[in-house]
Write a protein that binds this ligand. Structure first.
Ligand SMILES: NC(=O)c1ccc[n+]([C@@H]2O[C@H](COP(=O)([O-])OP(=O)(O)OC[C@H]3O[C@@H](n4cnc5c(N)ncnc54)[C@H](O)[C@@H]3O)[C@@H](O)[C@H]2O)c1
Ligand SMILES: O=C(O)C[C@H](O)C(=O)O
Length: 332
């Protein structure tokens, strides 16, 4: 009996989003999955929940006839136990605190950046050739932190946000227009926060511009609902979304593993030509990129309308202020 020669996707942080990433990766038979999380103490008992979740997902895969290996590993907050990251093709980072009602994503920064620091150091140590997809919030700033702390080239570190924000925008548009999401072409760029930029100028349904199909006031409502799409779920559930975020990560995982050359909005580092084009440098922020086997293979340079330029500028300045905060605190 030989070993399965499949790609390996590691998921650090096997909470709500992490377990959905693991689950979908297994269901789609994209890769063997390794999950990493802390032990949980309850009174005098210690639970290794991540090992239980991995076993459960392995058995789910068996129930539906999927052949993948799924392993769970308990790690410590100090960074012990990460050796099984070795050989990972992709590492998805979802470790960290989610927000609660009344919080902004930026409120998570000081707590989550310490976690990202430890995790990034271990990725660099044990999986130096991996592609990293950061999910933990505030994602643009933490993607920047992971890029600097791993020291990886910028094509191998990206944040997931635009795929999710675009999925939300398309969901609301399809609900309004009663048309398949497959016929909706749309982009949400910029920061993953209240300043995100739904790009109306390039969004269309079957080639017809949104502005022709939906009255201005209604379109404005849909744009606002998209911008606060994460918050709407937090206020309903008391914690943040995980089905759509998990699926959005797996869309990116699949594009990389299958070398799809898929254009998707991702939070990436702007430098060179792309920094000049988008008038922002030394920042990770959402722009359309071509995703393939090498990770970010190209940054697509879209032109904005004057109105979109103004929105883009405030997106850039909100991410920049997060980056300044962690620099001032000496966290990166
Ligand atoms: N980028 C996006 O679009 C997007 C979407 C959804 C969620 N998020 C973010 O993803 C993160 C996770 O969300 P969630 O709903 O899965 O939260 P969760 O609380 O369900 O899961 C987080 C997991 O991280 C683990 N963890 C905490 N510290 C760790 C450490 N030092 N090492 C390893 N694991 C550690 C926790 O034990 C927990 O299981 C949050 O920061 C959330 O805001 C981002
Ligand atoms: O809203 C959140 O805090 C989580 C995530 O960023 C989301 O948009 O669902």
């Amino acid at each position: 009996m030989g070993e399965y020669k499949r790609p390996v996707v590691s998921v650090v942080g096997a909470g709500n989003v992490g377990e959905h990433v693991a689950n979908l990766t297994a269901i789609k038979e994209l890769a063997n999955v390794r999950m990493f999380d802390l032990a949980r103490k309850d009174g005098d008992k210690t639970y290794e929940i991540v090992k239980g979740k991995a076993l459960d997902i392995k058995q789910m895969a068996s129930a539906i006839g999927c052949d993948v290996e799924v392993e769970g590993y308990t790690v410590t907050a100090e960074g012990d136990g990460y050796e099984p990251l070795e050989g990972s093709d992709i590492v998805v980072v979802t470790a960290g605190f989610p927000r609660r009602p009344g919080m902004s994503r930026d409120d998570l920064l000081s707590k989550n950046v310490g976690i990202i620091r430890t995790v990034s150091e271990r990725i660099a140590q044990y999986a130096p050739d991996a592609i990293v997809i950061v999910v933990s919030n505030p994602v643009d700033v933490l993607t920047y932190a992971a890029l600097k702390l791993t020291g990886f080239p910028s094509n191998r570190v990206m944040g997931m946000a635009g795929v999710l924000d675009t999925a939300r925008f398309k969901a609301f548009l399809s609900m309004e227009l009663k048309v398949s999401v497959k016929n909706i072409n749309a982009y949400v760029l910029g920061s993953h926060g209240d300043d995100m930029v739904p790009l109306l100028s390039v969004s269309n349904v079957g080639g017809e511009p949104l502005t022709k199909l939906i009255p201005e006031n209604k379109l404005k409502e849909i744009v606002e609902r998209t911008k606060f799409g994460g918050g709407e779920i937090v206020s309903l559930m008391g914690t943040s979304a995980y089905h759509a975020p998990g699926a959005s990560v797996v869309e990116m995982v699949e594009a990389v593993l299958n070398d799809k050359k898929e254009i998707a909005p991702c939070s990436v580092y702007l430098e060179g030509d792309s920094a000049v084009h988008y008038e922002a440098e030394d920042i990770c922020i959402g722009v359309p990129v071509k995703l393939g086997a090498h990770g970010v293979e190209e940054i697509i340079k879209l032109d904005f309308t004057e109105e979109e330029k103004e929105l883009w500028k405030s997106s850039v300045s909100s991410v920049k202020s997060g980056i300044e905060r962690i620099k001032e605190l000496g966290l990166i």
